[in-house]
Design a binder for this molecule. Structure first.
Ligand code: GLN
Length: 543
């Protein structure tokens, strides 16, 4: 690095209610500074006690996002990676459990040299150390820290205390952005600022005043309400930013930059203002808007019985990957979620898949809905519908092939049937012991592993590379005892981990597009750089 810089920090906190787009706002801020040619990184703080997101139910918590360095984190980390176009690591993610675990381990190792270790300041100090480490590792000029939950909650007090301590130490280096919600109660038909005023007060009560308010709402913030917010929340009027609902999250960097938010924050942080090059985002948005011809994709799996919202959250990266690939191919993605149990209840219902241009089976766990998924894969294989299987989707594709092509009627994964006579998908002794001894937290095969591709295959042509690296999150593996037979019969093994010889990718030779991956390609798709396998899948689906 030529010139040393003085790192600056922006905390993004939430007001009124969660789920109003704090993660996307954080990610969009990152995109804006990136468009100004600055080095920027982002961190997520989740206030719960869990050490990582891996053991949480994805229906309640949303997707578990996996980093290269084997961390199981929150789905917002995926938004940061996609908007900032960076690879993050475990330094960019913390939970209350993780912070306390370090403090306690350090105390047991005498690192506090026998002094009394206190909740304040020792816990916030560990939070600050982690933030500083992430900033340093990324050599970031600006580090954006999203504090999960909303202000006024008991859970995030220690994190806000860390933020307050940082501001106290270097007032010009720390800024606060409050992302708050302005409801429009239907019986009033008018946007209300009061809940946000309370959120600003709650923030004041822990010694913090926000510098910027991002007013989320169904509609734009009008002048009277903007002025009210400014006075009652103690924020300059020009620092009250309107963030109405928009059709695509990828529009948000542009919405915020239209109000010059980037330079406003730079001024707050005592930095020189700079122009932003948002042309790539503008072009990307035009592409989204001009993609009007549809491509219809069926996503088949379980987990789909609890309403659209939670469901979409548990497969956030898969959905985004499909969108990136569709837009790249000038298509408007139409996604339907199909609960595989439907195919178990009514055999005839499988025919509905003929209405789709492509079928995706995403990752999953357990036994529910598995037979229905296998039926869907068989239908896609036999009717030559483009198919992409992700992790469990790949495992089930090999089982379907073993049953219906190789004639091994009992073929299964030992996850579903430990007694199967043909364990196509099995478990190694180390993983079996983890399960036996309840060691579930962070013990799956996680994170980045290399994969060598077989020359001349569709997969290798898609990647245009011979050696790739992709992220994993699974416990079970393809059983190499079946490899030669399966490969010879047409479901070719086209990707292998060079160190362990584990099967990573299978591809059907005689099919427009039928690919299964043991890893999760969806973690590496970027808005303007779709993942090669999703890209080729949609390309085949277009035909
Ligand atoms: N349940 C399978 C396994 O643990 C697949 C996991 C997944 O799809 N992420 O290996």
């Amino acid at each position: 690095m030529s010139k040393s810089h003085h790192p600056k920090f922006i905390f993004v906190v939430g007001g009124v209610l969660s789920g109003v787009g704090k993660g996307v706002t954080t990610a969009s801020l990152g995109a804006i500074f990136k468009a100004k040619g600055m080095r920027v990184t982002a961190l997520k703080i989740d206030p719960y006690v869990n050490v990582d997101a891996g053991t949480m139910n994805p229906i309640e918590h949303g997707e578990v996002f996996v980093t290269d360095d084997r961390d199981e984190t929150d789905q917002d980390m995926g938004n940061y990676e996609r908007f900032l176009d960076v690879d993050l690591d475990s330094n960019s993610y913390m939970t209350t459990g993780r912070v306390y675990l370090t403090v306690i381990e350090n105390e047991r190792a005498m690192k506090y040299k026998g002094k009394c270790v206190q909740v304040v300041p020792d816990v916030p100090k560990e939070v600050i150390r982690r933030i500083a480490t992430a900033a340093k590792n990324h050599r970031a000029e600006i580090t954006i820290i999203e504090v999960g939950g909303t202000v006024g909650e008991y859970e995030n007090i220690l994190f806000l205390e860390a933020a307050r301590m940082m501001k106290l130490a270097n007032p010009a280096d720390v800024a606060f952005v409050l992302v708050s919600y302005l409801p429009i109660p239907s019986h009033l038909g008018e946007m209300k600022t009061k809940p946000t005023q309370h959120a600003a007060r709650a923030l004041n009560s822990v010694g913090i005043n926000s510098d910027v308010i991002i007013a989320r709402g169904e509609y734009a913030l009008d002048k009277p309400r903007l002025e009210k917010l400014a006075v009652f929340c103690g924020v300059k009027p020009e620092h009250c930013i309107s963030a109405p609902d928009v059709p695509s999250i990828y529009q948000i960097p542009l919405t915020l930059e239209e109000q010059n938010l980037g330079n406003k924050l730079l001024k707050i942080l005592n930095l020189k203002t700079r122009p932003s090059n948002l042309k790539p985002w503008q072009d990307f948005l035009k592409r989204i808007q001009s993609s009007t011809r549809e491509v219809k994709i069926a996503v088949v799996g379980k987990y789909f019985g609890t309403g659209d919202y939670t469901l979409a959250d548990s497969y956030h990266s898969v959905i985004e990957s499909i969108k990136h690939a569709a837009w790249f191919n000038d298509r408007k993605p139409i996604l339907d979620w199909i609960d595989s149990e439907e195919f178990e209840r009514d055999e005839n219902s499988i025919k509905k898949l003929s209405r789709y241009d492509g079928v995706i089976v995403p990752g999953g766990f357990g036994t529910r809905g598995i037979e229905g998924i296998i039926r869907a894969i068989q239908y896609a294989r036999e009717h030559k519908i483009p198919f992409l299987g992700l992790c469990y989707g790949m495992q089930l594709a090999t089982i379907e092939f073993a049953r219906n092509v190789l004639g091994k009627k009992d073929a299964n994964t030992v996850e579903v049937n430990p007694q199967t006579t043909d364990p196509i998908i099995f478990i190694n002794p180390v993983q079996a012991k983890n399960v036996r001894t309840n060691k579930y937290g962070g013990t799956m095969r996680l994170g980045a592993y290399d994969c060598a591709l077989r020359q001349g295959t569709k997969t290798q042509k898609a990647y245009e590379m011979d050696l790739i690296s992709e992220r994993h999150r699974h416990r079970y593996e393809f059983n190499n005892a079946y490899r030669a037979e399966m490969d010879a019969a047409g479901l070719q093994v086209v990707g292998i981990n060079p160190e362990t010889d584990l099967v990573e990718i299978v591809e059907l030779s005689d099919h427009p597009f039928f690919v299964g991956t043991q890893f999760h390609p969806e973690f590496k798709s970027r808005p303007m750089r779709p993942h090669p396998l999703f890209r080729e899948f949609i390309k085949a689906a277009k035909k």
